[in-house]
Design a binder for this molecule. Structure first.
Ligand SMILES: [Zn+2]
Ligand SMILES: [Zn+2]
Length: 489
């Protein structure tokens, strides 16, 4: 029955009915039964409901085929650390879609440079991460992890590492463009290097940037290699200065034990200080979100008092007083304005009424942005990978309103959200919208999801000046004050 509950839109009551009346206990059985319309025999089951469950099954299956970055990144880090220690290894890296930080990954690709490839292969295939060895050749091995994830490892000679890294990072479309460019210059490029076509002499390949240089290009960050205009930009010196981890001054949208988080204000503050941040915005839930223990105004004010006390003790670091405030079905905020005005940072979020039409949902978000105290719109499209499709939204209208009102849009770094997505964030960035990466942290280990949010921001071509996180605390507060002054008068 537990497996059935993973299907989006399937509640405990239905699950019980399916198990008891039709002896359905797996997603596969459910899918078969729905396709042969056996569900309609159950009391209260109409064709529409059967259809919705089939849609839910499709969303779930799509989510299971690929791993999200929250799984792939830590796995890759641990495997690479292990391979780095094998004698003879001179370099290690991720490759493929993980290095490009795509939101979901099919197989995880790793690349190692070594003069003793057998030793690397053995260490890889015998590691505790290997539940089954699918292939174990001299240059390429594949394993399945105990969780059924496939990891492919390639071992290459150190003097060809750069070319192999470029080649196996992809994307396919990016590499096709590079090969076309090479041909026009009398060169050929492959996984071993860049060669003059006439003489077959190799002119680059040890370092990855030498490959790009040989083709007359600046080195292109992996996150941009999607044939989205990056080669032209590299040719003409117009590549963006992408945001880097060191540009990040703080994180927004942090939950604590005051709503549905698992760490105290004090623990969160210490973690933020340890990360070298200037600020963290504490944003627990507002009262409408009862499942998440949303706070009454009274409790919110008590939390503010405690934050002030903690801040008085801190040297450079500060907690910002904030809240993740529900945007109600009619676009009003879940706290009155006079309460919002007491907060440093207000995140507006839609957590209900996802089935409204595009026009209504868009109007709802725009109404929230017109509130002078709303700083940031959280997870603007509401998607949860493998669980819920994004709700329909007129993104261009939302971006225009964000610019008009001086409201930021979130790149939520929670691995199943990544909302805005890379493509949507790029569109928002191009439209001049200010964005913010928030981890939506519910326990302090999730503060590390910033790396994933940075991946999305970089795939969206964003520079530090387009991100709220890259402002110093005083400039951030000035940015917020400007909207309040303008709209609240
Ligand atoms: Zn939320
Ligand atoms: Zn949240």
């Amino acid at each position: 029955m537990l497996e059935l509950l993973e299907v989006p839109g399937l509640g405990p009551k239905t699950a019980k009915l399916l198990t008891e009346r039709l002896r359905i206990s797996s997603v596969e059985q459910l899918e078969r039964a729905a396709r042969s319309h056996r569900l309609q025999r159950l009391p209260g089951f109409q064709a529409k409901k059967e259809e919705n469950l089939l849609k839910g099954v499709a969303v779930l299956k799509k989510g299971r085929e690929r791993m999200h970055l929250g799984v792939a990144l830590p796995l890759a880090r641990e495997l690479l650390a292990r391979l780095q220690r094998v004698p003879g290894v001179t370099a290690v890296s991720t490759a493929g879609s993980l290095r490009r930080m795509k939101e979901t990954i099919g197989d995880l690709d790793l690349l190692v440079a070594s003069r003793a490839p057998e030793r690397v292969r053995d260490a890889f295939c015998r590691s505790p991460f290997s539940a089954r060895v699918l292939a174990a050749g001299p240059t390429k091995s594949s394993i399945l992890t105990p969780d059924g994830l496939q990891v492919d490892l390639r071992v290459v000679a150190p003097d060809g590492f750069g070319a192999a890294l470029q080649y196996f990072t992809g994307s396919k479309e990016h590499n096709v463009r590079l090969r076309e460019l090479a041909i026009r210059r009398g060169l050929k490029v492959n996984e071993y290097g860049v060669f003059r076509t006439k003489t077959n002499r190799r002119i680059a390949g040890r370092e990855e940037d030498s490959v790009y240089r040989a083709l007359g290009l600046a080195w292109i960050p992996p996150e941009l290699r999607e044939d989205g205009g990056e080669i032209d930009a590299a040719k003409t010196g117009r590549l963006p200065t992408l945001v880097e981890p060191r540009d990040i001054r703080g994180d927004f949208h942090i939950h604590t034990t005051w709503s549905d988080g698992s760490d105290s204000l004090e623990t969160v503050a210490k973690a933020g200080e340890r990360l070298g941040y200037q600020y963290l915005a504490i944003c627990d839930h507002s009262p409408s979100l009862k499942v998440a223990h949303g706070m009454t105004v009274q409790r919110l004010r008590r939390q503010m008092t405690q934050i002030r006390t903690l801040n008085a003790r801190a040297a450079r670091f500060r907690l910002l007083m904030g809240a993740e405030v529900d945007i109600l079905a009619d676009g009003r905020m879940d706290y009155p304005d006079k309460v919002l005005a007491e907060l440093d940072f207000v995140v507006g979020a839609i957590h209900s009424g996802f089935r409204q039409s595009e026009a209504v949902l868009t109007r709802r978000l725009i109404a929230a942005m017109r509130n002078p105290y709303v700083t940031l719109i959280a997870h603007p499209t509401g998607r949860l990978m493998g669980q819920r499709e994004p709700y329909p939204l007129d993104l261009d209208a939302v971006c225009a309103a964000a610019n008009d009102t001086g409201t930021a849009l979130e790149i939520n770094a929670y691995p199943k959200r990544l909302d805005l997505s890379d493509a949507a964030a790029r569109r928002a960035g191009d439209a001049g919208v200010m964005l913010a990466i928030s981890t939506d942290t519910h326990s302090i280990d999730q503060l590390d999801h910033m790396a994933i949010g940075l991946g999305v921001a970089r795939r969206a071509w964003l520079s530090p000046r387009q991100l709220l996180n890259c402002l110093s605390r005083s400039r951030l507060l000035a940015w917020i004050a400007r909207k309040r002054r303008r709209l609240a008068g």
